[in-house]
Ligand binder design. Structure first.
Ligand code: CUA
Length: 356
């Protein structure tokens, strides 16, 4: 029983150190908010590792510190320490216990990986395309709709089909916990069930060139109702980009209320009719005459007070430029509304004297 008091002391030290290290580690390495069904199992695995790491650190460092302090050489002590030749029991223990732990964590991890990669009969396919240096997303089950942000309905199992157009990239949304590399020429799958409505960021987690750090995309998890209205909006946006500029001009004509002041049949409501307007001569209040060409129409729409046409009151709203810009944002710069309107106005003159 020569050593028993040392073992008691060192056990207390190791336990105390374990608690301190564990608390420190958990507060330093806080996981981001968990936003997927997969996160629970993965966080539990993290928790298990934090626990084990803290204990092993405390065990090694605790014994070492204790020995350094308690068994240090005293002044005047020139004797040798006790001589040990192995300890079979200890050697078996420090082989079997770590082996058991490694197998335990291996089985735990493999089982979890199996669980979270299990296909779900209700899963929705979303294709993820990565390239230097951007992401895009396609929804083959929703009319091949595409988007530059990843929008997902909450609590819906998703299978992401990942493809790269050039080099290795990696799909990583920390809040979802799961992660998968994108390989050129090969499709990889990743399954996730978003479980929390919110905004997240997808980042590339594989060094892929000098803009790697900026290879980001917005991820939005929406309630099923909000997701449906997003899909609706997207398909409407898709439909409008397929129209010709003239056809779109006719849509904007009513959408922005131009029709309440400008007719297209020659009748005068509040402002001049658009019929025959393009290319016609306009007499301004100043007595000057100008031709209604593209530049004139653009100014007339964006800055209606720049020239007053004789006989019409200056009542047109002056904020169309902002209104249009807001709408144009939805189409990612594909559409310029004022040009559509001018194209439409042009068609209203084509039967007249100025037909091109
Ligand atoms: Cu793509 Cu880093």
């Amino acid at each position: 029983m020569k050593y028993s008091k040392h073992f008691v002391a060192v056990s207390v030290l190791v336990l105390g150190l374990f608690v301190i290290v564990y608390v420190l580690l958990r507060s330093i390495y806080q996981l981001p908010v968990a936003a997927s069904a997969e996160a629970r199992g993965i966080d539990a695995l993290f928790e298990g590792h934090f626990f084990l790491i803290s204990f092993l650190f405390a065990l090694v460092v605790g014994f070492m510190l204790y020995s350094l302090v308690v068994f240090r050489r005293r002044p005047g002590d020139e004797s040798d320490g006790d001589h040990f030749h192995g300890h079979t029991g200890l050697e078996i223990a420090w082989t079997i216990i770590p082996l058991g732990l490694v197998i335990f964590f291996g089985v735990w991890g493999a089982q979890l990986l199996g669980d979270i990669s299990e296909p779900d009969p209700d899963e929705m396919v979303v294709q993820v395309i990565g390239r230097q240096w951007s992401w895009s997303f396609e929804y083959p089950e929703l009319d091949e709709m595409s988007s530059d942000e990843l929008v997902l309905p909450v609590d819906q199992p998703i299978v992401l089909q990942l493809q790269s157009e050039d080099v290795l990239h990696s799909f990583w949304v920390p809040e979802f916990r799961v992660k998968q590399d994108l390989l050129p020429g090969e499709m990889r799958e990743l399954r996730v069930t978003p479980s929390r409505v919110g905004d997240y960021t997808l980042r590339c987690a594989e060094m892929c060139g000098d803009q790697h750090a900026y290879m980001l995309a917005d991820v939005r998890v929406l309630s099923p109702a909000d997701f449906d209205s997003w899909v609706q909006e997207q398909s409407e946006a898709g439909a409008i980009t397929e129209l010709s500029p003239e056809e779109r001009g006719a849509v904007w004509y009513t959408q922005f209320g131009c029709n309440s002041c400008h007719s297209v049949d020659g009748s005068v409501i509040v402002g001049p009719s658009w019929q025959g307007l393009f290319g016609s001569e306009r007499v301004l209040e100043s007595g000057q005459t100008v031709v209604a060409d593209e530049a004139y129409l653009r100014t007339a729409i964006f800055d209606p007070n720049a020239h007053h046409v004789e006989g019409f009151p200056p009542v047109m709203p002056t904020n169309f430029e902002e209104q249009f810009a807001e709408e144009e944002d939805q189409y990612g710069g594909e559409i310029i509304i004022v040009e559509d309107l001018i194209a439409y106005i042009q068609t209203l003159s084509e039967e007249g004297a100025n037909g091109e």
